[in-house]
Write a protein that binds this ligand. Structure first.
Ligand code: NDP
Length: 271
């Protein structure tokens, strides 16, 4: 039921393009407030404006708020104190979408640059862990305290939700993708453990595992070579960012007692 999204506050990392941007817009359409974060502040503002337009076009009376906060998830100093940068009325985040992530290069292990290895782990894994910890320790602590209040009816309890972007690369590994696959396997292990740790709380944990999605992702992967990026999609129809946004929003809009633990989404002709 999409009405479950009305008035919720969603924090999305990597909301300036691709899946993150499409997800922000879809939550806005559904009546949620969205805190959009990424490194490129100017692009982020354009997506926030699209959220406002989509919210209005959907006839939402709620008056959702769409704010941008610049954040490089790989920079520890930016994570500490990040919550204070969010306007006070939006700090009770209901849904965290850990989406920021990338791969640069299809490099064999012997050709890897350690700077590149560290960059991918810092963003795809350490950033995701740090932001999750911030929410689980801080904002979501209130949710856990609710459990001590036996008079709060289960159905009326406020819920939390951590949604992490894994990948098909977190389920299998391919030559030239050792580091990206290792980061997404790490996301898979972290997400599974988190879900089990929070099992007695009203906090849900979901991992979305897309196959090929046509976004800026593959241009980054091929170090800006658009024609090499396009070749990846030859002979198949890739997913688009909106396909994944729909799965994320679907998971978030399930009844509070339902947790979609893993959602593996492929183009119909990718095996
Ligand atoms: P895009 O390249 O379009 O988007 C990536 C987003 O991450 C951008 O908004 C970028 O914003 C942000 N980002 C990158 N590094 C950082 C950082 N250090 N701090 C904050 N934000 C950062 O790719 P997708 O939308 O395709 O990818 C989104 C997620 O989906 C990723 O985790 C990716 O691994 C995963 N995925 C993608 C697949 C695909 O085929 N496209 C398949 C499976 C999973 P900015 O540059 O402004 O910081």
């Amino acid at each position: 039921n999409a009405s479950r999204l009305i008035g919720k506050t969603v924090l999305i990392t990597g909301a300036s393009s691709g899946i993150g941007a499409a997800t922000a817009i879809l939550f806005a359409k559904g009546g949620s407030n969205v805190i959009l974060t990424a490194r490129r502040a100017d692009v982020l503002q354009k997506v926030a404006d699209e959220c406002t337009a989509a919210h209005k076009a959907a006839g939402m009376q709620y008056g959702g708020k769409f704010v941008t906060v610049q954040l490089d998830v790989s920079d520890k100093s930016q994570i500490n104190g990040f919550l204070e940068k969010i306007p006070a009325d939006l700090r009770e985040v209901d849904i965290l979408v850990n989406n920021a992530g990338y791969v640069v290069g299809v490099d064999k292990v012997g050709d890897l640059s350690m700077d590149n290895v560290e960059g991918m782990f810092s963003t795809n894994v350490f950033g995701l862990i740090a932001l999750t910890q911030l929410l689980v320790k801080g904002v979501y602590l209130n949710l856990r305290l609710q459990l001590l209040l036996s008079f709060v009816d289960f159905k009326k309890r406020k819920t939390g939700h951590v949604i992490n972007l894994g990948s098909i690369a977190g389920r299998e590994a391919y030559a030239g993708g050792s580091i990206y696959c290792a980061t997404k396997h790490a996301v898979n292990a972290f997400t599974g453990a988190l879900m089990r740790e929070l099992v007695d709380t009203p906090i849900r944990v979901t991992e979305i595992q897309p196959g090929m999605v046509e976004t800026e992702f593959s241009v980054t992967r091929f170090r800006g070579d658009k024609s090499a990026a396009d070749k990846v999609y030859e002979g198949l129809q890739p997913l688009v960012a909106e396909d994944i946004a729909e799965e994320i929003v679907w998971a978030a809009s399930r009844p509070p007692h339902v947790n979609l633990a893993e959602v593996f989404v492929l183009p119909v002709n990718q095996a």
